[in-house]
Write a protein of this length. Structure first.
Length: 109
């Protein structure tokens, strides 16, 4: 039985989310890729709240700007470390550039 790309990604996402959990001290940074945008958010899973969010067009420059802006907003909320939820996507390309810009801006992932 052949699965589609989307079904495989959702299965990977569920498998990853079993082990990745965010708290108020160390929130979860998650991503979603659409055809045009990269959506990101920062979630506190203990209280079930999305603390911060944003989106950018899927170009390298825009994604790096989004990462640095999100890092600044996280620092304003006094968050220095976070866990990263790649949502079943491979860690390369746009996803890797986003995390790299977060790390350059001083967030420990």
């Amino acid at each position: 039985m052949a699965n589609t790309k989307k079904e495989n990604r959702i299965r990977r996402k569920i498998r990853v989310r079993k082990n990745v959990n965010g708290s108020s001290e160390k929130p979860r940074v998650f991503v979603f890729k659409s055809n045009r945008y990269l959506h990101v958010g920062v979630a506190d899973d203990n209280s079930g709240v999305v603390v911060l969010g944003g989106r950018a067009k899927r170009t390298t420059k825009d994604v790096e700007v989004l990462g640095s802006k999100l890092a600044q907003d996280m620092k304003k909320k006094k968050v220095e470390t976070a866990v990263f939820d790649r949502s079943g996507y491979q860690f390369h390309g746009i996803i890797a550039k986003f995390v790299e810009s977060l790390r350059k801006s001083g967030i420990k992932i």
